[in-house]
Design a protein. Structure first.
Length: 393
């Protein structure tokens, strides 16, 4: 446990950074009178730098280990969180969100890479790791909602900064793994901080592996549904009369069911092939967030939030274990970074597109439009998998 616990703690704090920020940032922007379209653009800004630099970060982690980069990224997020309340100018908030997104996303990439490097992608450890990640979503959002309601804007952003510092402490306590990449023995130089085309080329070559390519498609669809919950879900509920505390507890319910589901993965794959389990769980995660405008009671919202969390909890350990084994030793960081790059593109474009739909057709209609598009992609993916049975084998 001395080896496992810091990795699990790093997953807890890093994965839930977005959940905590998703409670605070949209409500703060809406309180300042920022339009839905502008809120969508600001929320989407957190994905820009990770989209450009995730592969470089993954390559550095393959070479140097995840710990050092995680500590730096966590401290960036902690500092940036304290800068948000100092400004009300949207372009500055956009720039701060870019930096905050870089720190939190690369930190989470580091936690996943540390899982691969330290715990070797074990299915058993993947369930535990995913359980701890979901515990962060169980604990963070309701506290953030309570702080927002009772201590105001500054209290909420100080809490967000403290959460990032927790990620830094967990990363500092992680053991340094024995890296299997032959580059790991090369002495580090400052030039290594510069992105290299060779790292990007080798990462894109990994996408030609069948197991990796189909995983990229499914997880991009999956992350798009999460982008809805991380952006306009709390805003819609707030406009419907629910408090930040209630919204935080809805996110907590989702995280609680996800944590339980992450321990049920080995049972699920006994009855169905892992990729089909992953796709069906992705379909469920889309449906249970897209129906939000049809629900008007806290009880119904809590039920669908729990069901969505269960679907997300089933899928995440499968993603981690399949990608780690598909990549092979020495390339786990780049493979996870490749997935992160694709996910950031989807997660950045989804709230921006949803914001434009909300501005023209209304916030409620935007849930149905985005849900319908994602379900169409799921159907096409299912047809492709059915015609290519070797992928699921």
């Amino acid at each position: 446990m001395r080896t496992q616990a810091p990795v699990y703690a790093a997953g807890l704090f890093s994965n839930s950074m977005s959940d905590v920020a998703a409670i605070v940032l949209p409500l703060w922007l809406a309180g300042m009178g920022v339009s839905p379209a502008a809120i969508g653009i600001v929320i989407g800004a957190k994905h820009i730098l990770p989209f450009l630099l995730a592969i470089h970060g993954g390559a550095l982690m393959d070479k140097l280990g995840a710990r050092r980069l995680m500590v730096v990224c966590a401290l960036i997020s902690a500092g940036v969180a304290l800068c948000f309340p100092l400004t009300s100018w949207v372009p500055i908030i956009f720039a701060l969100q870019m930096l905050n997104g870089f720190g939190s996303t690369i930190g989470f990439l580091g936690a996943q890479t540390a899982f691969a490097q330290v715990l070797k992608g074990s299915h058993k450890f993947a369930g535990r790791f995913a359980f701890c990640m979901r515990m962060g979503g169980l604990l963070g959002p309701p506290i953030a909602g309570l702080v927002f309601d009772h201590l105001g804007i500054w209290g909420a952003f100080v809490f967000l900064s403290a959460w990032a510092i927790g990620m830094a402490i967990a990363a500092f306590l992680m053991p340094q793994p024995k890296l299997e990449n032959p580059l790991a023995s090369v002495k580090f130089a400052m030039i290594d901080l510069m992105p290299k085309w060779s790292d990007y080329a080798s990462a894109f070559r990994l996408a030609t592996l069948p197991a990796v390519s189909i995983m990229l498609v499914i997880t991009v669809i999956r992350i798009s549904s999460s982008a809805v919950q991380d952006s306009f879900y709390p805003l819609y509920l707030n406009e419907s009369g629910f408090s930040a505390t209630q919204i935080g507890f809805l996110v907590t319910i989702s995280a609680a069911f996800a944590a339980i589901a992450s321990l049920c993965v080995t049972t699920a794959i006994r009855f169905m092939k892992p990729l089909w389990v992953l796709l069906l769980a992705t379909v469920g995660s889309i449906i249970f967030v897209a129906v939000t405008p049809l629900l008007h009671s806290f009880g119904m919202l809590a039920m669908t939030s729990g069901l969505r969390g269960f679907c997300m909890g089933i899928s995440q350990p499968l993603i981690l274990s399949i990608l780690v084994h598909a990549a092979g030793p020495g390339s786990q960081g780049k493979t996870i970074a490749l997935r992160t790059t694709a996910n950031r593109a989807a997660a950045g474009l989804t709230p921006m597109g949803m914001g434009l739909v909300a501005a023209s057709a209304g916030l409620g209609a935007s849930f149905f439009v985005v849900g319908g598009v994602l379900m169409t992609f799921c159907a096409l993916t299912a047809i492709y998998m059915r015609n290519r049975p070797e992928l699921t084998d």
